[in-house]
Design a protein around this ligand. Structure first.
Ligand code: GLN
Length: 193
């Protein structure tokens, strides 16, 4: 199995290290041809307007959109969640419009309002997951087919999944807990030989 990590900006190196720790072949995706052999793709945290501009500049938008529409597993963390959304409250960036959620950027406040929170993730069992939130986006609309994997104590959804698409408003790649990465690998389609 080969999994790509969008590597134009943001904390792609941490995702690659976690994937390698799980024994997965992980490759940096900077250009459309790097998508050729990947069966899953992670869009990392970073700065979503920059990510969006670089995706347009390197012609990555359409191939990522069409591969995800055909079933490629796709996971966005933080800025990556913003990119996956159907719509966002701000004008910039233009998201990929893949997952049926609406997102509000920086809704938890500025850099100083970044926080950490233990999250209950029922599909992982009783052990909480330590969520690191850095200028995180907030999900302000959930489409019908979107499943909530984890919420904050006040009920705000922070990890969501729609079929082959997953989005987290926090950064599992910044902790040593690979459970979200494993969950994502389970979404990678099994190709019949
Ligand atoms: N606030 C950033 C944005 O709007 C996302 C921050 C992050 O990825 N940690 O793009």
């Amino acid at each position: 199995m080969e999994v790509g990590v969008l590597a134009v900006q943001g904390d792609f190196a941490e995702h690659i290290a976690t994937l390698k720790g799980l024994g997965v072949e992980a490759r940096e995706v900077k250009l459309p041809q790097h998508l050729d052999s990947v069966e899953g793709l992670i869009i990392p945290g970073g700065e979503s307007t920059t990510l969006s501009r670089l995706m347009t500049l390197y012609d990555l938008r359409e191939p990522v959109r069409s591969m995800a529409a055909k079933g490629m597993a796709l996971w966005g963390t933080c800025a990556g969640m913003i990119m996956l959304a159907m719509e966002i409250t701000e004008e910039d960036p233009v998201p990929l419009g893949l997952m049926d959620i609406g997102v509000h950027r920086n809704a938890y406040g500025r850099q100083v309002d970044s926080f950490e929170q233990d999250l209950s993730v029922p599909c992982f069992g009783s052990e909480p997951f330590h969520g690191v939130f850095i200028r995180a986006p907030m999900v302000n609309r959930l489409g019908e087919g979107v499943e909530v994997l984890a919420s904050l104590p006040d009920g705000e959804p922070v990890a969501v999944q729609q079929d082959n698409l997953m989005a987290t408003s926090f950064h599992p790649e910044l902790t040593n807990d690979p459970r979200f990465h494993r969950h994502f690998l389970d979404l990678v389609p099994v190709v019949a030989n």
